[in-house]
Design a protein around this ligand. Structure first.
Ligand SMILES: N[C@@H](CCC(=O)N[C@@H](CS)C(=O)NCC(=O)O)C(=O)O
Length: 211
């Protein structure tokens, strides 16, 4: 993997991971030419010596450039790729609001919704073996988004920003973690809006997932 010759921006990620989709969707949306290298997290792909030499933390996504630069962390990669584009508000306060959602996503949303999804959908753990706090915390997070999206179409400002991309990543597949998005109708409508803006398929509950 490290020996691989790269001639352009290369994103390493696992397609089942919302975190990994964030930089990929951003690059696609902005027409940034890139290669994608699939790294299977369930098969230990992030723990090989080769991968650890790129990211000692042992996590995807990472972005790598031909000049040797490597950048981990989904939101950092997304922000770097989106620099100067309409995905980042020009107004300083709106930019701060976008960042506020991004920090919240990593602390309060991803840590409940993505974690419960991983345990339920991928590790196939029965509900009794999953920390009940994850459901409670995830529902609280969806409630916060529902409140915001009752008043606005996008999380910040009048159009799609990095905040929407970050938050939609796991919200659109929340049903795989046992969350019922029908109870959050404004969030449900926003998911379709963001999926439409990004030209990605709709992750339909009960009909499998299009990532
Ligand atoms: N805060 C990081 C989280 C990255 C993360 O948790 N990556 C997971 C996939 S979603 C991973 O690589 N897990 C494999 C492992 O820990 O071995 C980000 O947003 O990029």
């Amino acid at each position: 993997m490290t020996d691989r010759e790269i001639s352009k921006l290369t994103l390493y990620g696992d397609s089942i991971s919302g975190n990994c989709q964030k930089p990929r969707w951003t690059a696609d949306y902005l027409d940034i030419d890139h290669d994608w290298v699939e790294v299977d997290i369930l098969d230990g792909g992030t723990q090989t010596e080769e991968f650890l030499s790129l990211n000692p933390v042992g996590q995807v996504p990472i972005a790598r450039w031909p000049d040797g630069r490597v950048l981990p962390q989904s939101n950092a990669i997304m922000l770097y790729l989106a620099e100067g584009s309409d995905l980042i508000p020009e107004d300083a306060f709106q930019r701060a609001q976008m960042n506020s959602w991004l920090f919240w996503e990593q602390y309060s949303h991803e840590t409940s919704i993505a974690v419960r999804r991983f345990k339920k959908h991928y590790l196939k753990l029965p509900d009794e073996e999953i920390d009940p706090q994850l459901m409670a915390k995830g529902r609280r997070a969806l409630g916060v988004m529902e409140m915001q999206l009752t008043w606005t179409d996008w999380l910040v400002g009048e159009n799609l920003t990095c905040a929407d991309i970050a938050l939609v990543a796991y919200t659109r597949v929340a049903h795989e973690g046992g969350f019922d998005l029908a109870q959050f109708p404004n969030v449900e409508r926003w998911v379709s809006r963001v999926e439409g803006a990004l030209s990605i398929g709709h992750a339909m509950p009960k009909e499998g997932v299009t990532l």
